[in-house]
Every structure is written in C-alpha cells, then in structure tokens.
Design a protein around this ligand. Structure first.
Ligand code: HEM
Length: 582
C-alpha cells in the first residue's frame, strides 16, 4: 500500500493584488474567477493534491511586502511583453523553505499550464503542457537555447553538449551520439553488472560482520551508495577510468564531488556570484572550486593524451561493429578519439567528457534513490519485481539480452522518473520571437514570447498533471501498459504504449510529450538507453539479493533540489539478505 502524505496544497492566490492580467477565458477555461475548469477535460482527480513525499507539508509562507514589490517590478519590467499570460504571485517568499518545483505545481493547478512567474526582477514563463513542450523541444527547437542554465554551467562544462551554443552543439552531437551504438551498450551492460556486483559484495561483507555480532540487517544511506556506484559506472563508460569510489576515496573523487556540489549550488542561485571580478581568487569557496576543476581537468587531460597516443582506427563503421568482448577499453573517449581524434581539439574533448560525467552521474543515482524510496513503501510491488528478477535472472547477473525481459524493473525506473524527474525543470530562452501554441485545450491564439524570454518547462508538472494521469501522485509502474486513448482531450492523441513495443521505456513519442523523463527533440538526453540499462541492472541486482526497508518513516525523508531532486539527509535503509532462490 502506498503511504501518502499531503505535501502540495491547493492554496488560494485569489487576492486582487497584481492579478489583473489573468484572463481565464483566453485559456479555454469557463468561470470568471481563479477557480478554473477545463472546457474539454476534467482532471483525473481533484486538484487537491497528495503526493508520496515528505517533509514539505508545512503551510506556505504568507505573501509579504517583498513579494508585492517584486511582482510590481517584474510586471513593470516585463510590462506588456508577455501579453496576457497569467501571473503567479507571491513568488519570493514561496521560494524559500520548499523546493521550487512544488510552488510551480501549485501555480500550475491555480493558473493553468502557461503562466508568468514573478521572480525578483526577472520574469519566467512556466509551461506544463505536452503540446507546448513538443513545440519548444522538437518542432521549434532551434528558436531556443539553454539560457540561464548555459550561463551557470559554462564555467564547468565549457562547450560541452548541455550548455553548447547551437553551432558547436550541431557539430558535437553528430560525433557523440553514434558512440552510444548497440555494441557499445552491450559492453556497458556487462560493466554495469560488474560495478553493481562490487556494491553488492560490499553490502554482503557488512552483513557478514553484522551476522557475527548476532544481527541480521545493516543500515545504510543508499543514496550515498548509489552516488558512488553511478560515479564508478560513468567514469568507466565515458573514459575507462575506474574511480573505485564504492570502496575508496581519492583526491579525484573528492574533486568530482566538490565540482558537482558547486554546479548544484550554482543552479539554485540566480545571482551569478562566481562572475564577480577576482572572486575566483579571493573567496575561499571559489578557490576550492578552481582547485577541484584543475584536479579533474588534469586527470581528463592525461586520459585524452593517453587515448590519442594509442589511437587505432578512423572508420566509424568499423568502430561501431568491433568486438567489444576482447576490448580492454570500450569507453566513449576511445570511440571519439579513434574516430576523429586528430581533428578535435583537446579542450573540446575535455568539455564533452566533463559534461557526460556530470550529466550521467547524479541523474542515475537519483533515479535509483527514488525507485528504492517508492518501492520501500509498496511491498506488493517489491514482491512482483523480485518474482520477475528470480524468474529472468535466477542467481545470474543481468546481460544485454536478459535486460529486455526485465520489463517490470524497467517500468519501475520509468515510473520513478515520472514521479521524480531529473531534472524537474528544463530551462530554455527564446533566441528569436516565438508564439507558443495554445496547448492541448486547443486555444487558438497561443502565447507570444519575445526574444530573450526565459522559460521553465516543468517536467514535474507534466508528469503529475491530473489532466493526463490517473492518480498522478501514486506509484504505479503498471500504468504504462494501459492504453490511454481515453484521455479525451481535443488535440491530444493520448498515450499509447503499443505504438513502440520494442522500446526500453515509455518515451516521449509514445506518450505524446506527456512523459519526458529524458527530454525530447534534438537535445534529448544522448545517454537515455545507457541510463535505463544502468538503473535496471543496479536495481535488479539489489532486489535479487536484498529486502529493503526504510529506516524511518517516509515522511522523515526530506527533499532538496539543485539540478536533480535528492534527499536532505540521505536515504537511510535497512537491508536484509534474501533467502537464495534456485
Ligand atoms: C537516469 C539518468 C538520466 C536522466 C534522467 C537524464 C535526463 C536528461 C534530460 C531530461 C536531458 C535533456 C535536457 C534538456 O533538454 O535541457 C538530458 C540531456 C543530456 N544528457 Fe542525460 N540523463 C540521464 C543520464 C545521462 C547519461 C548516463 C549521460 C551520458 C553518458 C547523459 C548525457 C546527457 C547529455 C550529453 C545531454 C545533453 C544532450 C544535448 O543537448 O544534445 N545523460 N539528460
């Protein structure tokens, strides 16, 4: 049974202050006040929201003078620019003490799927609609860049794929994407299993120690363990470097964590404090960050040098069909250098590697963390998952082939990503004027957005939208198997998993952009298959060996966000060895 606690309240922002620009009728709503109703559809459940998470059920702070001043300033600065898009009020105080995406959800329920967020002296347009998401991510993708996100990440990732400008991105995506071909992924699955085995062995050893003291369970922060596992995997997969972080600490690991921490911190700050002249030399924290970056960059430079010195082939087809079973180094770096090594400058290669290291590490660790958190509250689903693991794997390790049969585990991964999308928001900025389409409710006029508009595409809102999902806050991996033609929303064809039966997970195409676990369009995650396979292997091997319980109540697990959603104090769990199944 799912344990649920009320964590997002449907609160009322019905005061008249700053509210004048909200015109309900323009958005297909009926009714003249802020309690809106959709013309073409009804939410699948009342918008009085419950969710399976925690520690966030404190009442929202009241709007104060600062908020009103901020709204006023925002409205003045953006006056007229964003047309009659609804404005969310109370922004500043609402943003303290709870993750931003919770507030964005409340406002989505209140104002609809496009609204303007009054946020300090800046305005953001918040979008929570699949048709508009498809427009921004796919149909009109090249009218947008990464805006604020690129500014934050550029000092760390340089011209890597995530922050890259359009020209660099076009060039590098063409080179990097082919690296994730089937034979590479097959080799990776074996590596995922070897790394997961290291983690399992570590737990077994701890259990043995406990056993000798008369106990039969151990307590662990699984979030920290997943973080180490994901770091080892991404190091090997991207540049064949074994951090070995599951079992040891090293200056490079410390530097990687330091850099990740700083990347995260920057993404929660809206003032680019790191750009203040001389800050990098004077402020101790910035000095540490520069040192950490240097340690990682030196390590990456060494790896690139080594790969270039041992460069072998130049033919992409040969590279894509080579036998990985005898290859010592199957990494993406090997592929990139063997393919084009001589042409690509080292700096670009380093940026690419750093980007994939960061993009692939924390996201996967977070998916595993929330999958365990959700499973621990749903024993019947654990049983179902373990039955699948026992029947497909027995006591064996997963392989590329057996992974395809672990359908329920893959759906658990997808469902965890639906409830806890990583990242919960995609960030874009218009580089030319655009008109966002009216959305699934079929509004005719759309919403004009001038060049330079910052957009938050809330994946969290889309994934928990009461308009598309039955019981949107409940953990139900089986939901993806149900045909969803019955959504009944004009202009939206609904979710139909039968349209791509071979896919590893219910992607954006199958769900018509209602599920965007890995984004969509040209800038979709380049490592999606890698990540789904990695999470599936890690989760399957954990469930194969252990029964897991949360140490405290689910409510005691607090959420925090930076680039991804994670816990405030770790995911403390009790692990017991399962009786062996033959
Ligand atoms: C469960 C794990 C992962 C999740 C949830 C995830 C999610 C995402 C999402 C949502 C985007 C789109 C961002 C946007 O449109 O602004 C993205 C982009 C990206 N991801 Fe992932 N990712 C994961 C794992 C990985 C891995 C393992 C790698 C590399 C090995 C990777 C590399 C990238 C890169 C390079 C991009 C930028 C692509 C581009 O702009 O062309 N990700 N990821």
């Amino acid at each position: 049974m799912a344990t649920t606690t009320t964590c997002i309240s449907h609160h009322h922002l019905s005061s008249a202050v700053g509210y004048g620009s909200f015109h309900a009728r323009e958005f297909g709503f009926v009714g003249s006040n802020s309690r809106t109703h959709l013309v073409n559809s009804k939410p699948k459940e009342s918008p009085s929201i419950r969710c399976q998470s925690t520690g966030t059920n404190e009442p929202k702070t009241r709007r104060n003078l600062l908020d009103n001043a901020s709204n006023l300033l925002t409205n003045l600065l953006s006056g007229g620019n964003l047309g009659s898009t609804p404005v969310a009020e109370g922004a500043v105080s609402d943003l303290f003490g709870r993750p931003l995406f919770f507030s964005l959800y409340d406002w989505f329920i209140e104002h609809g799927s496009v609204y303007k967020l009054a946020f300090g002296p800046k305005a953001f347009v918040v979008v929570s609609d699949p048709i508009i998401a498809r427009h921004i991510l796919r149909e009109n993708a090249f009218s947008y860049d990464k805006g604020v996100l690129a500014e934050i990440l550029e000092p760390i990732m340089g011209k890597g794929l995530i922050p890259a400008d359009l020209d660099t991105w076009k060039q590098r995506r063409r080179v990097i994407a082919p690296g994730f071909h089937a034979l590479y992924l097959e080799a990776m699955v074996n590596m995922f299993a070897d790394c997961s085995e290291r983690t399992i062995m570590k737990f077994e050893k701890l259990l043995e120690g406990e056993d000798s003291r008369g106990g039969n369970s151990i307590e662990l922060d699984l979030e920290a363990e997943f973080s180490s596992l994901a770091l080892d995997i991404i190091g090997l997969g991207v540049f064949n470097y074994d951090f070995g972080s599951v079992t040891k600490e090293s200056p490079v690991i410390k530097a990687v964590y330091g850099t990740l921490f700083e990347a995260e911190h920057r993404s929660t700050f809206y003032i680019p404090y790191w750009k203040i002249p001389l800050a990098r030399w004077i402020v101790p924290r910035q000095r540490k960050f520069q040192n950490d970056l240097k340690i990682i960059n030196d390590c990456l430079d060494g790896l690139i040098r080594n790969a270039k010195e041992t460069r072998q082939e130049t033919d992409v087809e040969k590279l894509q069909s080579r036998d990985y079973s005898n290859l010592k180094d199957a990494s993406l770096l090997r592929f990139l250098v063997d393919m084009r090594g001589a042409d690509v400058d080292d700096r670009q290669l380093r940026d690419d590697l750093m980007t994939m290291l960061i993009a692939g590490h924390e996201t996967t660790a977070a998916v595993l963390t929330w999958a365990v958190f959700l499973l621990a509250q749903n024993p019947s689903k654990v049983k179902k998952a373990q039955a699948e693991v026992d029947s497909v794997l027995g006591q064996k390790k997963p392989t590329f082939e057996s992974l395809k049969k672990l359908e329920y585990i893959r759906l658990i991964v997808a469902e965890s990503l639906r409830l806890y999308p990583q990242p919960p928001l995609l960030i874009r900025r218009t580089i030319k004027p655009d008109v966002l389409p009216g959305g699934y409710r079929g509004d005719k006029d759309g919403y004009p957005v001038p060049a330079g508009t910052d957009i938050f595409l809330s994946i969290y809102n889309l994934h928990r939208s009461p308009y598309f999902w039955d019981r949107p806050h409940e953990f139900e991996p089986e939901r993806f198997l149900k045909p969803r033609k019955d959504v009944g929303i004009e202009g939206w064809s609904g979710f139909d998993p039968s349209r791509s039966p071979g896919a590893l997970y219910p992607n954006e195409i199958v769900s018509d952009y209602a599920f965007l676990g890995f984004g969509g369009g040209p800038r979709k995650c380049v490592g999606d298959q890698f990540a789904v396979m990695e999470s599936t292997v890690g989760l399957a091997m954990l469930l194969q060996k252990f029964d897991i319980e949360l140490k405290g109540s689910p409510e005691s697990v607090e959420l925090v966000t930076g680039a991804t959603i994670h816990t405030k104090n770790g995911l403390w769990c009790k692990l017991r060895e399962r009786p062996a199944v033959h």
